[in-house]
Write a protein that binds this ligand. Structure first.
Ligand SMILES: *Cc1c(COP(=O)(O)O)cnc(C)c1O
Length: 381
């Protein structure tokens, strides 16, 4: 192990596995290793039971029924299944999709691919606070509109979108509503009925569960959403996602949700308080801008621009001490800068002085004190 690992303040990119989640998963690697699709013996039944218990746990957390959940390899796959799966049955009928400029790359790149295949994509802007405009949405809807896509909360700024309003509009106009809730799920309560969400993608590894497991919620009633599977084979997951189920991963996902369920209010209060302390203290000593500051934001994400910073290598300098991100870790290979900050009209120069700090279950006051000290030192260089 390296002598000095930085403090992890990048929980929006991924999270460590909760100890209780690991403990719940372990027997399913070595003792209960049956294939959940094996109907003829106890090995299979035990695995199937474990999967269905997890499915119920997750379903009740978002107020759907368990038959409305499909397990996948993560949010990226769920997003692909939702966006590609819904377009295919209606190909040639409705071909217009509306989304917003701050969507995750998994949504944007899938939409760009659909655009190449003949779909018409309208990407609506976000303002300088990272907020969407409802009347833009209403104006963009046409006869040809099949689907509206809006993420629940942005992964770079933490800005929460008015999902309930969008859902109500989608329902009234008879359009499907897809929501990438990967960043909001487990951090704030989500109810797919109240929000009129038709499809929702989310992932285990952002909520102290294992990597490589996710889910897609697919509404069964009012309206019934019909999808074309994107992975064919053994007909698992009601034929919507073939492949042997990742039983240990799904058990871990269920346990991670159970842990969120019992802690969501106290945990979000504690983390919000730490984040506010960080923001308040930084503002006291430094000339900073907090992106999306005066909006509804997730408890744990803070996107800071160090206005007086003069250097050119902010992120590497910070990351000796605190592991933070220049935006979204998911496209860190990309050097053209964050599409989210660009959509919020930050200049390239401002983007170079901006970083995302994201807190989590394991974050302590001492860690935040050290983060503040590190940011102050860097800023004065
Ligand atoms: C992390 C993330 C994803 C991708 O999730 P994976 O499970 O890693 O595929 C998609 N959307 C948002 C908003 C995210 O934060």
């Amino acid at each position: 192990m390296s002598a000095s690992r930085p403090i992890f303040l990048d929980y929006a990119s991924t999270t460590p596995l909760d100890e209780e989640v690991l403990a719940a998963m372990m027997p399913y690697f070595t003792t209960y290793y049956g294939n959940a699709s094996s109907k003829s013996h106890a090995f299979g039944w035990i695995s199937e039971d474990a999967v269905e218990i997890a499915r119920q746990e997750i379903a009740s957390f978002i107020a759907c029924i368990k038959e409305e959940l499909v397990f996948t390899s993560g949010a990226t796959e769920s997003i692909n299944l939702a966006l590609r799966g819904i377009t295919e049955p209606l190909a040639g009928l409705k071909n217009h999709i509306i989304a917003f400029a701050d969507e995750h790359r998994a949504v944007l790149d899938t939409l760009y691919d659909l655009e190449k295949r003949g779909y018409q994509i309208t990407l609506l802007p976000v303002d300088t606070n990272g907020q969407i405009n409802i009347s833009d949405l209403v104006d963009a809807i046409t006869e040809q509109t099949l689907l509206i896509s809006c993420m629940y909360a942005n992964n770079e700024t933490g800005v929460i979108h008015p999902v309930q309003k969008i859902g109500a509009i989608a329902k009234e106009k008879n359009k499907f509503f897809f929501c990438d809730a990967t960043q909001a799920f487990g951090k704030i309560p989500i109810n797919v009925q109240d929000d009129n969400i038709d499809m929702m993608a989310f992932s285990a590894h952002k909520i102290y569960g294992p990597k490589g497991v996710g889910a897609l919620y697919i509404r069964r009633k009012d309206p019934r959403v019909m999808l074309t599977p994107q992975i064919t084979g053994g007909s698992q997951e009601r034929n919507l996602r073939s492949g042997t189920l990742n039983v240990a991963g799904i058990v871990g996902f269920g346990k991670a949700v159970a842990r969120c369920k019992s802690n969501i209010i106290t945990e979000s209060e504690r983390i919000t308080e730490l984040r506010m302390f960080l923001e308040r203290t930084c503002k006291e000593y430094l000339n900073i801008t907090i992106q999306g500051e005066h909006t509804d934001r997730l408890p744990n994400i803070c996107n800071i621009t160090l206005n007086d910073y003069e250097g050119s290598t902010l992120i590497p300098a910070l990351c000796n001490k605190i592991a933070v991100s220049s935006g979204s870790a998911c496209n860190s290979g990309n050097t053209s800068g964050s599409h989210v900050l660009k959509a919020m009209e930050l200049t390239k120069e401002q983007m170079n002085k901006t970083f995302r700090i994201s807190l989590g279950r394991m974050t302590t006051k001492e860690e935040i004190d050290l983060a503040i000290e590190t940011i102050r030192l860097i800023n004065n260089k």
